[in-house]
Design a protein around this ligand. Structure first.
Ligand code: NAD
Length: 480
């Protein structure tokens, strides 16, 4: 049995209470490691270590901080296969996805912010005949980063990297469901010689460790990615303490396919935007609206392709979908398929658990599922399912599809397929979401603002937006 440790003050340490939680391999449905069941006491120690490290870390030059981060990125890159295998084992995703997307992106996040900080300039406002204002961008101090299980290292580093680059010290909590690559990151930080206390990683449950981070008055900012309900809880606790908050929350993203689209491209990308990572990406398009003239043709091709998509154990090179992350999550997704049927939906393909053979027989696999015949306002079309389940709905006019697309409480991302440039601009402008992809999906430029509107979140990550979040502006006026 592998025992993971917290990373506090530069050391790998067990939790103060010496209690642990089971960590599952979702592909086999078996416990394969134990993680610290940390409490407030561990978080307090981490905060103390981070506070102690802050003068040194924030006092380094940007390029010195950048060098540490590049060193960490390079070590992860040199161990890419090992990290990808660990991510896949912990999360259930195909190894090919972890090695092509998750881990390279974790490396890119570190390199991107290690270099972005070198180009980050603050503003100056000249007042003719009066004087000049210049704005200093100071690190905040100790900040908290809390991340989910769907893209473990990818989203963990997406927060930690800008926080560190800006000169903050960090107390971070990965999801208790996928803690392994965060633990490996702590080993890498030790190897890279990151000064002690600069980054602290505390493992454990949300209502214990996450809650202690949120409540700690010495943590001045919280960057959180996860579910909308959790975001609400965190905001309720942190807002009265006037902490800075960045909340990246749930989604129920529309995918709008007009009849004049490039059919083949729309079809193959819709396969990915529906089922990549078993549909467990906050940016997946789960409500697919298809213009009536191509509805039947698209439906037929999409259903046929989906029925052929191989659901298999993560190391199978032919696996298009691996396991979903946990048993409770599998049960939740399956319960939504039942709900869809109760609401009058027809399952066109999928709709059931897949039981593999041999050692994977107890794993958590779901066949990719397409449902039609549902009203756009029903629960299946309004609530986040976060699994390999999509609905398809025909539409006749732009106005109608925008009403349906904008009808949920969420507003994270949307996808539009059309060869009509004017319509692309018009529809992109009308969609209530933080991100719109036209004739593409999940093309990411790390410089762009990333985040959602409505219940999908508050604030933006990415590029200088993230560096602005992790710094406090101070304006200085000098009279001329
Ligand atoms: P979650 O909200 O259950 O957990 C996220 C993190 O918060 C975990 O580390 C968890 O331990 C912690 N947490 C739980 N309760 C807490 C509490 N009371 N106080 C502080 N921390 C607490 O979410 P999840 O199930 O891990 O992830 C799936 C959700 O994340 C989906 O809703 C998905 O849409 C969302 N997500 C959003 C984005 C985005 O960028 N907007 C990206 C990925 C995932």
């Amino acid at each position: 049995m592998i025992y993971l440790k917290n990373y506090i003050g530069g050391e790998l340490v067990g939790p103060v209470n010496n209690e642990h939680i089971d960590n599952y391999d979702p592909s086999r449905g078996q416990v394969y490691s134990q993680i610290p069941d940390s409490t407030k006491e561990d978080v307090d120690k981490a905060v103390e270590a981070a506070e102690k490290a802050f003068p040194l870390w924030s006092g380094l030059s940007k390029s010195e901080r950048s060098d540490y981060m590049i060193k960490i990125a390079n070590i992860i890159e040199s161990r890419l296969d090992e990290f990808a295998a660990a991510e896949s084992l912990d999360n259930g995703k195909p190894v090919s996805l972890a090695s092509h997307v998750d881990i390279p992106r974790g490396v890119s996040n570190l390199k991107f912010f290690a270099t972005a900080i070198l180009h980050y300039a603050s503003e100056s406002h000249y007042m003719e005949g009066v004087g000049v204002n210049y704005t200093l961008r100071k690190p905040i101090g100790v900040v908290g980063c809390i991340s989910p299980w769907n893209l473990p290292l990818y989203l963990f580093t997406w927060k930690i990297a800008p926080a560190l680059a800006a000169g903050n010290c960090v107390v971070a909590k990965p999801s208790e469901i996928t803690p392994m690559t965060a633990f490996m990151l702590s080993e890498v930080c030790k190897e890279a010689g990151l000064p002690e206390g600069v980054l602290n990683i505390v493992h454990g449950l949300g209502h214990k460790v996450g809650d202690a981070i949120t409540r700690n008055p010495r943590i001045k900012a919280i960057s959180f990615t996860g579910g909308t309900t959790t975001g609400e809880t965190i905001a309720g606790i942190a807002a009265p303490m006037f902490k800075k908050l960045s909340l990246e929350l749930g989604g129920k993203n529309p995918n709008i396919i007009f009849a004049d689209c490039d059919f083949d491209k729309a079809l193959s990308t819709t396969m990915r935007s529906s089922f990549a990572n078993q549909g467990q990406i906050c940016l997946c398009g789960s409500r697919i609206f298809i213009e009536r003239p191509i509805y039947e043709k698209f439906k037929e091709a999409f259903v046929a392709k989906t029925a052929r998509a191989k659901v298999s154990y993560p190391s199978d090179p032919e696996a298009k979908l691996g396991a979903v992350v946990s048993k409770p999550h599998m049960e939740k997704v399956l319960s939504y398929i039942e709900l869809a049927k109760e609401e009058g939906g027809t399952v066109l393909t999928g709709g059931e658990q897949v039981v593999l053979e041999g050692e994977y027989a107890s794993g958590y696999y779901i066949r990719p599922t397409i449902i039609e015949g549902l009203d756009y306002q029903c629960r299946t079309n309004q609530e986040e399912i976060f699994g390999p389940v999509v609905t398809i709905t025909p539409f006749d006019t732009e106005e109608e599809v925008l009403t349906m697309a904008n009808s949920t409480q969420y507003g994270l991302a949307a996808t539009v397929w059309t060869e009509n440039l004017t319509r692309a601009h018009r529809v992109a402008d009308e969609l209530h979401s933080g991100i719109v992809w036209v004739n593409s999906w999940l093309v990411r430029d790390l410089r762009t603002p990333f985040g959602g509107v409505k219940s999908s979140g508050v604030g933006r990550e990415g590029g200088f937006e993230a560096l602005r979040f992790f710094t406090e502006p101070k304006n200085v006026f000098i009279k001329s």
